[in-house]
Design a protein around this ligand. Structure first.
Ligand SMILES: [Zn+2]
Length: 60
């Protein structure tokens, strides 16, 4: 299991989330921030062979 850093859209803290396998990308998952516990959606995609995650808030 690899992890990738994302930045929370609510509290702007960076933390590591478990990354999906490259052949499962692109995909998005719902995740709760480990710092402020707010829900977010993380979009995972493959960038140069590495899975990267981009977090966005829900409902906007
Ligand atoms: Zn947060």
């Amino acid at each position: 299991m690899t992890t990738t850093p994302v930045t929370c859209p609510s509290c702007f803290q960076e933390f590591e989330v478990p990354a999906p396998w490259p052949d499962e990308t692109p995909c998005d998952v719902d995740y709760d921030c480990e710092v402020c516990c707010r829900p977010m959606r993380i979009w995972f995609e493959l960038d140069d062979g590495e899975v990267t995650g981009t977090a966005s808030g829900l409902g906007d």
